[in-house]
Design a binder for this molecule. Sequence first.
Ligand code: LMR
Length: 329
Amino acid sequence: RRTLITAAAAAAVASAAPAAFAQAPLVIKFSHVVAPDTPKGKGALKFKELVEERSKGAIKVEVYPNSQLYKDKEELEALQLGSVQMLAPSLAKFGPLGVKEFEAFDLPFLFKDEAAFRAVTEGPVGQDLFKKLEPKGIKGLAYWDNGFHIMSANRPLHHVADFKGLKMRIQSSKVLDAQMRALGAIPQVMAFSELYQGLQSGVVDGTEGVPSNFYTQKIYEVQKHMTVSNHGHLAYAVIVNKKFWDGLSDAQRKILESAIKDSTTYANAIADTENKAAFDKIKASGKTTIYTLTPEERTEWVRALMPVHKEMESRVGKANMDAMYKAAG
Ligand code: LMR
């Protein structure tokens, strides 16, 4: 026992010693809600790797995945308070912060493919939206893509009528709320960390989500049916506490900017293959039935969902929507 204490004390002294001489590293806490083994999780780890390498250890990035520190709504509050410095929430989660324009990204069937989404975020619309975060004490650094949503429930979802009366979990976006109502379902906002439990216990009947999340959260174990509908798109805004960012030295900012640039390229490049691989694993599990909409069924969904665009015009801004349509082509 005595030797143990001595050894532990010696180790503590040894590890504390270098820090006493070198300057303590700058620490960036990066919190997110998904598993490490997802496009966002891997993007965050790539960012960490690049920052630590390029700063030669002078900047340290601590990544906290899986809502370990904060859930959806709490993480944005924590960022504003400076309890964490960095996040990458979905674009569907900025409404409660008072920046409603991001919810335009949730409009059903807005993007025909990932290129259309990138045309929007990489152009002036993406930058204009980031400017709206600044009065909230937040600075937007990059957009990370995570592909198209599929729908799931314990009953087959082929026709719009199949949604009738289903309680569907949504992110906090009012556009997603309107989308589920347009399908005849009952939307329910729920934190991502509570989704598995919510589905398992029957608090909600179904959800929308991307394969990488459905796989890592084991959603396929508690949902008998999934429909490939591509009706909506999931993406993230990589954001930092603005005061923290403004307080950095030019040299520090340069390192972070280059790491953001390269981890963004990386995250966007892996999103599609990661989701395809997750989709194949869900299929191989045999635990859920996967269905793809026929062109006729898709037309039926489009008819039911397109009125959501008009309905949400005053919330997300007509000019904002028009700029998105134009950029998306
Ligand atoms: C969700 O809440 O469904 C997603 O935003 C989770 C995520 O960050 O991918």
